[in-house]
Design a protein around this ligand. Sequence first.
Ligand code: SAH
Length: 332
Amino acid sequence: MDIKKLQKLFKDQPKYRLEQTQKSLFQGLINNWQEAMGLPLNLRKELEEKFPIEISGRTFISKDKNTIKALIDLEDGSAVEAVLMRHKDTRNTVCVSSQVGCPMACSFCATGRMGFKRNLEVWEILEQILFFARYLKKINEKITNVVFMGMGEPFMNYQNVMAAIKILNDKNGFNLGARHISVSTVGVVEGIERFANEELQINLAISLHAPDNKTRSEIMPANRNYPIEKILKAVDEYVKKTNRRVMFEYLMLKGVNDSDEHAKALIKLMKKPLYFVNLIAYNPTGIYNPSPASRIKKFKEILESAGITVTQRREFGQDIEGACGQLATLPR
Ligand code: SAH
């Protein structure tokens, strides 16, 4: 499903035809071109041949039915996972992958441990979203939020991720508001700098997970290239330019980064306007132990007593290996 190819196909046609076609695809959510009733039959035939839009994927549904994971097959035999989270309050959030595997090698993350295969193309990012948009259409619901928190490091595939976001946001594309889109990064400094200059109101999240370089480098090898002070400098610049809030994700690993001292060190970094911390319970990947709920509560209280805004991430889909850090499409 190559968007550029689609655009080329329409270069000799009136402009409204491409718009109409894109709208059937991204808003009509047709499953195949035969369903695009507004298009002439010969065009539908041509599209069917040159630009197939069927998506091959399998779904896994959690016991509580709130999480659906899709394993989507790609043309080269690789596969990626995307996850739909159905919140009680009518939000439907899709978590998408930006790469097959991931080069960042974080020790707590299953994707990091499967290694890196390749970047995803723009349409391979979009088809994950289309897959769930079609799925939800059957029950008269819609995707309300998209987060780039699946497999891979989005800022290591910057161009394709941004191109996909533009189509998500476009009024002839998915028409999803920028404020409903979030990108999470391990802290790729060049990426944060570029992101600050995009004239879009997309949300930025940083996977911090430790308040000092020693601890962070132990669990996140990327910290050697992108240490905390460099990341925060780029984030401050981003905040200055955009005046937008930034979420700092903090994974709670028992005995690794969850002590009172870690909390106090974190306060020093986070005491800035528009910063907030999102505490994440560790989803098992076979290496660490999760911090007990009582420890997370205490850690949160220490931060809050210093005036830091703290939110806690709700858990989704552990039983289908669809939770944060559990996505992997190669044997471990
Ligand atoms: N590479 C990007 C995008 C991945 S987002 C990034 O690092 O931000 C996935 C989020 O889940 C990140 O914050 C990641 O650090 C976190 N995560 C990874 N493994 C996890 C695990 N086992 N349990 C809970 N969260 C995890």
